[in-house]
Write a protein that binds this ligand. Structure first.
Ligand SMILES: NC(=O)c1ccc[n+]([C@@H]2O[C@H](COP(=O)([O-])OP(=O)(O)OC[C@H]3O[C@@H](n4cnc5c(N)ncnc54)[C@H](OP(=O)(O)O)[C@@H]3O)[C@@H](O)[C@H]2O)c1
Length: 344
């Protein structure tokens, strides 16, 4: 099997390469980025080629392609990869809401990734863990809607932003001060800021709209009432989400916990305290959504609304792991943790 990874030098591309080595150990690889060079990819010295080689007549053909590029470059290269015979998992926003493209979450709707499907879109990094938690609860109790508040890590913005954040944090904490007068009030270092890119006339940012609209498509509930407020917090990796979910009937938190304890790719954390529900816990359990703090919302005396918390590694479960698990529908994975059929 020949696998092509576009954006192989980036945060998500490197994680994807590392997971592919486990899932498809006998595959060979074409690794592509903005320009050709020798580079260390997930700890391995590898040759990287310029993605523009795909435009030429000698472009490498192959079986499976993972695209971890921004929207503009996905738009440029995905059609070419399909033309070259690859099955493609694209991690950008480009194809997610296209009604002709499957938006897949392994363990929730991966049944849609059938043999005749050639392109699958990988959802946003908060949508994946949120739907892993809400999907099984929806099946058990009938989800009517949800509101979300997200606290998202800086690595969600890519390698360059993460590097600047880590360097800036090192400098800031070398000379700590109570009010951090020297730091940028709009910056990420030692701060919490709205995730407000591409806010449209609705008043919601593109990140908020992704969580609201993608969840409806994945859960196959176009009418689902959804609302989201997203911000960035000064954390390197790991997104934290607070949810208020309303169901068709009253839900006992204990029974909901039993459902989540059996849910695919979820680690249910018992107890309302949520001990161990944190981004740092998520990066020690990179391929599962940590879900807990289940309790009734006191605003809803009918008992139909639950409060819960979901945390996940945005680079792995929120991106690379889901992509490789979806691809295991087309090509069997040697690693049961990276196969949809390995789900409990
Ligand atoms: N980070 C996350 O948590 C996350 C989660 C889910 C989805 N995503 C999505 O995944 C995609 C990649 O994100 P990322 O965080 O991995 O970004 P990143 O760390 O900034 O990496 C970007 C990659 O794109 C390559 N690239 C840049 N310009 C290019 C060009 N002109 N031609 C070909 N390749 C080019 C870069 O190669 P060079 O090294 O040569 O510049 C690099 O490999 C984005 O669509 C993002 O929205 C990210």
């Amino acid at each position: 099997m020949h696998i092509c990874i576009l954006g192989a030098t980036g945060l998500v591309g490197q994680e994807t390469f590392a997971l592919c080595r486990r899932a498809f150990p006998s595959a060979d690889y074409t690794l592509l980025a903005s320009r050709g060079r020798e580079a260390e990819i997930a700890g391995e010295p590898r040759r990287v080629e310029a993605a523009s080689i795909l435009d030429g007549p000698d472009a490498p053909r192959g079986d499976l392609a993972f695209v971890a590029l921004d929207d503009e470059h996905s738009k440029r290269y995905v059609p070419r990869l399909l033309e070259l015979g690859y099955r493609v998992v694209d991690k950008s926003n480009t194809y997610r809401m296209d009604p002709n493209v499957v938006l897949g979450v392994a363990g929730v709707n991966d049944d849609l990734v059938t043999d005749d499907v050639r392109l699958v879109a990988n959802p946003n990094c908060t949508t994946i863990p949120v739907t892993l938690a809400l999907g099984p609860l929806d099946a058990a109790f009938g989800l009517g809607g949800f509101a979300a508040a997200t606290y998202q890590a800086i690595s969600g913005a890519g390698q360059a932003t993460l590097d600047a954040f880590l360097a800036g944090s090192g400098e800031a904490y070398e000379a700590p001060s109570l009010l951090d007068e020297g730091l940028d009030p709009k910056g990420y270092v030692a701060n919490v800021v709205p995730h407000n890119g591409k806010t449209d006339a609705s008043g919601f940012s593109s990140e908020e709209r992704k969580l609201m609209f993608e969840s409806r498509k994945i859960l196959r509930r176009p009418e689902l009432a959804t609302s989201a407020q997203c911000c960035r917090v000064p954390v390197a990796v790991g997104h934290y989400v607070q949810l208020w979910a309303t169901f068709a009937r009253p839900v006992d938190p204990g029974v909901a916990g039993d459902v989540l304890a059996k849910a695919p790719f979820v680690r249910f954390v018992e107890g309302p305290e949520g001990d161990g529900l944190s981004p740092l816990a998520a990066v020690r359990d990179r391929d599962r959504a940590l879900v807990g703090r289940l309790r009734h919302d006191p605003r809803d005396p009918s008992g139909r609304t639950l409060c819960l918390t979901v945390v996940a590694d945005n680079l792995r479960l929120g991106a690379a792991t889901n992509a490789v698990r979806l691809a295991s529908r087309w090509a069997p994975s040697s690693d049961p943790d990276l196969a949809v059929f390995g789900a409990p």
